[in-house]
Ligand binder design. Structure first.
Ligand code: GLC
Ligand code: MG
Length: 424
């Protein structure tokens, strides 16, 4: 959160499974819609927080599996772990706080007396979280008697039921809601309380997020029964919490619009990307370019689309494009390369998305834009860290940018054969 000098304009705190990530959408379209919206219009002055029940191990697996953005803050293991940045630096203060009145051994001892509880995998057992699976019809009864037993043993715990199958036991001070309250308090102390915060969730462990004061909330359309029941009993009259009519990340976009938290039209929803030329924002320009590239290669635009001619007019000769393989090309070669790859990804699972975009204005009309560009090609993902130099077109009335320089470097190892269909 140190990335921003002042308070975030919007902080989105979102659950992952069945909220940000739709496991019933193999194309990941709503997630990709959200990604484009976030990078084009929010990343530079807002904060993205993922709040998941997953342990660091399962969270990292999900990040490889799905086209997810890099969050600024990650709340893991049902609010028992808070980490910052891409390096996932843990919040030690939070760990220390949770250790009060908590004894994992007693929890293990007492839970072993319930045959209805099946221990989840080893990765999901964390320092401040013990997790089980339990059948729906047994859950309420077990939760009640377990709570009594643990109280008798002097522990102050929280028992949470989620997804109609998972049962988590945490210290009373933990949980997604408490972790968010802790972050907000910390931000306030630093003079960086976000102007608006939107919490997003679908299941039982998200309920707490919706009871933090001054926080907007969206339960996505596909929310679980246990969350809807909690809402009906506890937050029905709270106008700050809505039940979206759209699934997962599309429900989040819907809530941004409903609460007037900012722009809610994803560049992916704009049929004619040319019509958005009037947005003279370098971050939007980069997101729009790679979306056009995706559509071009998937043959979702006409071959006669002005994308190429415009690109030609936007790339100046004698400027360079440093290909991630290290080969230096003339930027003007780019339109010709693109010409030959129209439709080469038609009917394939090819997708492009931009992550962690940042920009700096280096002269009155020049911008340096940094980002990681990801591509999904034939079920495989590869990325490159990219820097682009953009100049606002003159005269101002002509709108748009001139691309002066592109420099890309592979993220991690990329096999030599994968260089062949790399365009930019
Ligand atoms: C995630 C975690 C699991 C937890 C569940 C509900 O699926 O992996 O341990 O029980 O979320 O919070
Ligand atoms: Mg969920």
């Amino acid at each position: 959160m140190d990335r921003l000098e002042g308070p975030a304009r919007l902080m989105i705190v979102s659950d992952l499974d069945h909220t940000m990530v739709d496991h019933h959408d193999p194309e990941n379209l709503s997630l990709l819609r959200f990604n484009a919206l976030w990078e084009a219009h929010y990343r530079h002055d807002s904060l993205l927080v993922f709040s998941t029940g997953r342990s660091p191990t399962l969270y990292k697996e999900l990040r490889i599996e799905k086209p997810m953005l890099t969050p600024d803050i990650t709340i893991l293991s049902v609010g028992t772990e808070i980490t910052y940045g891409n390096a996932m630096v843990p919040d030690e203060g939070w760990v220390e706080y949770l250790s009060q009145k908590w004894d994992k051994n007693i929890v293990k001892e007492e839970t072993s007396k319930f045959s209805e509880l099946t221990l989840q995998s080893e990765t999901e057992q964390r320092p401040h979280k013990v997790s089980f699976h339990i059948q729906k019809d047994k859950a309420q009864g077990v939760m009640k008697s377990l709570a009594e037993r643990l109280e008798q043993r002097g522990l102050d715990v929280k028992i949470i039921y989620s997804g109609g199958v998972d049962l988590d036991i945490l210290p009373q001070g933990a949980g997604k809601g408490q972790a968010l309250a802790y972050l907000l308090k910390k931000m306030k102390a630093e003079g960086k309380l976000p102007t608006n915060t939107l919490a997003c969730g679908d299941s039982g462990n998200d309920a707490e997020l919706f009871s933090i004061p001054d926080v907007y909330g969206v339960m996505v359309s596909n929310a679980q029964e246990e969350l809807l029941q909690w809402h009906a009993a506890n937050a029905k009259d709270n106008p700050k919490v809505i039940h979206a009519t759209e699934r997962c990340a599309s429900g989040i976009i819907q809530a941004i619009g409903h609460f007037n938290l900012g722009l809610n039209v994803s560049p992916r929803d704009v049929k004619d990307l040319k019509s958005t030329l009037q947005i003279s924002d370098p971050r939007h320009e980069v997101v729009k370019f790679f979306l056009s590239l995706e559509k071009w290669r998937r043959a979702e635009t006409e071959r006669s689309d002005p994308f190429l001619s415009e690109l030609k007019a936007s790339c100046l000769p004698s400027y360079t494009f440093v290909h991630p393989s290290g080969v230096v090309k003339n930027l003007l070669e780019l339109p010709d390369t693109l010409q030959s790859c129209y439709g080469d990804k038609q009917g394939k699972s090819y997708r492009v998305w931009v992550d962690q975009i940042s920009s700096a204005q280096i002269a009155s009309s020049s911008w340096l834009v940094n980002f990681t560009k990801w591509e999904l090609i034939d079920e495989k993902r590869r990325g490159c860290v990219s820097t682009v130099l953009l100049n606002l077109k003159e005269p101002k009335s002509s709108e748009g940018f001139v691309w002066l320089h592109i420099h890309q470097t592979w993220v991690g190892e990329v096999e030599a054969k994968d260089h062949t269909d790399w365009v930019c």
